[in-house]
Design a protein around this ligand. Sequence first.
Ligand SMILES: [Zn+2]
Length: 200
Amino acid sequence: MAAPATATPAPPVSDEARAAGFVDVRSVVPDAVIDLRYATADNFVGVPLYPAGARCLVHESLADGLATAADLLRRGGERLVFWDCYRPHAVQVAMFEAVPDPAWVARPGPYARSHVAGRSVDVSLADAGGLVDMGTGFDDFSARSLAYATEGVTAAAQANRARLRDAMTAGGFSVYPGEWWHFDGPGAAVERPILDVPLD
Ligand SMILES: [Zn+2]
């Protein structure tokens, strides 16, 4: 488990982040568990790709929906865990070089979409006991990661995935069928100019 929710408000975002319309998720979902795996070596590349203490930044168009999802989950004693948020283009390039398979890692293009545009998030659930069982961990490149997988995924884990999906859907997100943890916000598929927003 990552750091507990902090009562300290998120410090203001950088000028670059503000200019891009980005907000720090902690200012939208104060009890979010921020566990950005790419800021640690605990990711599929095996080395940190983000600076230590990297923020979870998203485009402001996702803010209300994340608050809605978090409110719904909070009623059941659960919190959103954020594994990835805005992802700089240079990091996407490094990831694709490590796993050059577009089924698992989006091929970097001349435009920003999805995480690279701050319009998608990778999320899970935590309750008082820690991470909720979702059947696989993050970036588990197996068929069990498919959002609607049944084989090798317990009924309880399937139900937990469905509860996460329902809350995120209520917030206007749609799950990527290939990964139960990946959710696209409004306009995530739109190609936009590549950004260069720092993560701190
Ligand atoms: Zn993702």
